[in-house]
Design a protein. Structure first.
Length: 184
């Protein structure tokens, strides 16, 4: 008799559970879509939050500027529009307790500026609002017979390039020390 050949014994293991390569690829694709969607939602939320913060800050700066402008214009005896409404020169009489002489408010290079002297948009300045999109925010609202003139200010501000983020504020300021011809 000849020699016996030896064959290795194959041991069958209990049923192995696992994933095939196709199942793993499909799972990874689905997870990628879900994670991509979540990242998009997170990014959109961050952008919306930043836009809301920028709008709120713009509105706050406009309110502060209007408060100061109202303080000047209410006391002014004369308001002279400059450059078709891009600015206004206010003449403050000596009875004004915060200032006297001339104060000029102008929109220049996208900013609302206050000049503490002079009759035009030059000299020492203080910036109140940036990102101004209205080129000529100042106009006179002439009174009815016997009334006091009003300085009308329509200020549009946009800190982004999207029109949906624009803030617009309008103010009518009655000039208490002016005559009916005090705004021109």
């Amino acid at each position: 008799m000849g020699a016996m050949q030896s064959f290795p014994l194959r041991v069958r293991l209990p049923a192995e559970s696992g994933f095939s390569l196709v199942e793993l690829i499909i799972t990874m694709v689905v997870m990628g879509i879900v994670v991509g969607g979540l990242a998009n939602i997170f990014t959109s939320g961050e952008r919306a939050s930043a836009d809301a913060t920028a709008r709120m800050q713009s509105q706050q700066r406009v309110r502060i500027a209007f408060d100061r402008l109202e303080y000047d214009a209410r006391c002014a005896s004369v308001a002279t529009l400059l450059s078709s409404g891009a600015g206004v020169a206010l003449t403050l009489p000596s009875q004004c307790d915060h200032a006297s002489g001339n104060v000029v408010w102008c929109v220049s290079s996208g900013a609302l500026l206050r000049y503490s002297s002079g009759t035009n948009c030059s000299g020492a300045t203080q910036t109140y609002v940036t990102d101004v999109t209205s080129a000529t925010p100042f106009s006179c609202n002439l009174p009815v017979a016997g009334g006091l003139p009003q300085l009308k200010v329509v200020l549009a501000v946009n800190s982004t390039t999207r029109t949906s983020d624009q803030t617009t504020a309008t103010d009518y300021i009655t000039m208490r020390n002016a005559t009916s011809t005090g705004c021109s």
